[in-house]
Design a protein around this ligand. Structure first.
Ligand code: G3P
Ligand code: MG
Length: 249
């Protein structure tokens, strides 16, 4: 195992989605303003193969558009509003491209966990597009990005394409064969749903030397408990609240 990500205790989930529209540049700025040092965001491909920052497979929930992201060309996505749904003061926010998100992270000094969300059968295309953007525009002063996915074919594609980036296996519950999976995909990190993670799971992952993340929580007491189990990092929608409640641990 190599390429371990240098995660902080608290990572801003989709930016800082309690305070600003998720997966937008405004959200990333808000996370930095609140003292966050790493953010997580989601990326998927538009119909014409542009890596864009959006969580859902469809446009409706977080933009003014309709239809599947994978069925919409970037030219159309670029004209959508991705902020007004959250609050009027964010009207005019756009769906960022991955290269724009990475450039801003560099300007803000934010470490980045990029979660790759493929459409069916486009795992290799997504992995390839992400690697290409990072190869061209990664801000070298940042720690290496962590690339993570629930999709095993994406993780396999990253490995096959020779990704130089740390990779993370995303799971809800820790599968019984997690250790075989991380070995096959060359992952150095496991990120699991905090409410399905047990102390024994955490100890199993940590005792084998893997980095362990837990998503998504806003309660500092729960974060302290997880850190006591050996969890390295938690993902939070209100990362400043969690950080403030850690008392320096
Ligand atoms: O990467 C942690 C978390 O973001 C995974 O779930 O659905 O919020 O992307 P989701
Ligand atoms: Mg995510």
């Amino acid at each position: 195992m190599d390429k371990r990500p240098a995660l902080p205790r608290v990572i801003g989930h989709r930016g800082a989605m309690s305070y600003a529209p998720e997966n937008t540049l405004a959200g990333f700025r808000e996370a930095a303003r609140r003292g966050v040092t790493w953010i997580e965001f989601d990326t998927r491909l538009s119909a014409d193969g542009v890596a864009v920052i959006i969580h859902d497979a469809r446009l409706e929930r977080t933009t003014s558009g309709r239809g599947p992201v994978a069925g919409t060309c970037f030219g159309k996505i670029a004209g959508l509003d991705a902020g007004a749904w959250f609050a009027p003061e964010f009207a005019g926010e756009r769906v960022p491209r991955l290269d724009e998100a990475v450039r801003l992270a560099g300007e803000l000094g934010l470490g980045v966990n990029i979660e790759l969300k493929p459409n069916r059968q486009h795992q290799r295309e997504l992995a390839s597009a992400v690697l290409e953007v990072l190869a061209e525009g990664w801000p070298r002063h940042l720690p290496p990005a962590l690339l993570s996915s629930f999709d095993r074919k994406v993780l396999a594609a990253l490995r096959k394409l020779g990704s130089p980036w740390p990779s993370g296996l995303l799971v809800k519950s820790l599968p019984r064969n997690w250790h075989r999976q991380v070995a096959v995909f060359g992952c150095s990190c496991v990120n699991a749903a905090h409410d399905r993670l047990s102390r024994a799971d955490a100890q199993a992952v940590k005792s084998r030397g893997f980095v362990l993340g837990a998503y998504t929580l806003d309660d500092p007491a729960r974060a302290r408990e997880l850190f006591g189990w050996g969890v390295d990092a938690v993902f939070s929608n209100a990362p400043d609240v969690v950080m403030a409640g850690l008392n320096g641990i």
